[in-house]
Design a protein around this ligand. Structure first.
Ligand SMILES: [Zn+2]
Length: 238
């Protein structure tokens, strides 16, 4: 058969394409894979520091405050429904006050306080330096980041990737804390401190909640006021 000109041509053609295949020229380029160690590498991060205005974060679109039902049932993880507001949803989730050493009765709503060029968009919780900072919810440590204003910080996503919890001014991380770590509510993530622009004589936790956008970027989101989750209810006028 190979003696026949057509058979020889066929055989050469097969060999030619086999060679191309072996060289990879005909293969689809392989998808970039994320190696298990990728999250440990010094991530390039955004080109600019999460233009953390505030003590840190990019100011997102402010969400309208949502009234919180007073008689809400205590479902541990309710299904997010469009007719339940974000704060009501988080309230139902029973987020933990991240600083057990703090006195919740002394919390002050400083979410809208002015800061240089922006508003605070977070809650400052006074607590002794070195006292524990706990995860407010289950979820994954998305980013460990050091910034000028926030100092040592943790960005934690909630289990559904809907919200990002942000903890700043930590003096140190809890041993073993790393990006990708799955936290349970109440796990220690670090110590209350004075890193970043926290006044040295006023150790506190700067805590913020961001509703993530569709891109799920840890440095972008719409700020929600955490104060109603733990602060004293406002006095009624009547
Ligand atoms: Zn703050």
């Amino acid at each position: 058969m190979l003696g026949h000109p057509f058979g020889l041509g066929l055989a050469l053609g097969v060999l030619f394409f086999a060679g191309l295949w072996a060289s990879g020229a005909l293969r689809r380029p392989s998808v970039d894979r994320i190696t298990p160690t990728a999250s440990l590498a010094p991530a390039p991060g955004p080109a600019v520091e999460p233009s953390a205005p505030a003590d840190l974060h990019a100011p997102g679109a402010r969400l309208a405050p949502t009234p919180i039902p007073q008689d809400a049932p205590g479902e541990p993880r309710p299904v997010l429904s469009p007719d339940v507001g974000d704060l009501a949803f988080l309230k139902l989730r029973g987020l933990l006050l991240p600083t057990p050493a703090a006195d919740a009765r002394r919390l002050r709503d400083d979410f809208a306080d002015p800061r240089a060029g922006h508003s605070h968009e977070a809650l400052d919780i006074l607590a002794p330096r070195g006292s524990p900072v706990l995860a407010v919810d289950d979820g994954v440590v998305k980013k460990l980041f050091t910034s000028v204003r926030g100092g040592l910080t943790v960005y934690q996503f909630d289990p559904e990737g809907t919200y990002c919890y942000y903890y700043a001014h930590l003096d140190r991380y809890a041993p073993g804390l790393h990006e990708g770590l799955t936290l349970k509510k109440g796990d220690r993530i670090g110590d209350v401190g004075i890193t970043g622009n926290a006044p040295p004589d006023t150790p506190h936790l700067h805590f913020a909640i961001f509703k993530l956008g569709p891109e799920k970027q840890w440095w972008k989101g719409a700020a929600l006021n955490p104060y109603p989750l733990w602060g004293p209810a406002p006095a009624r006028a009547d």
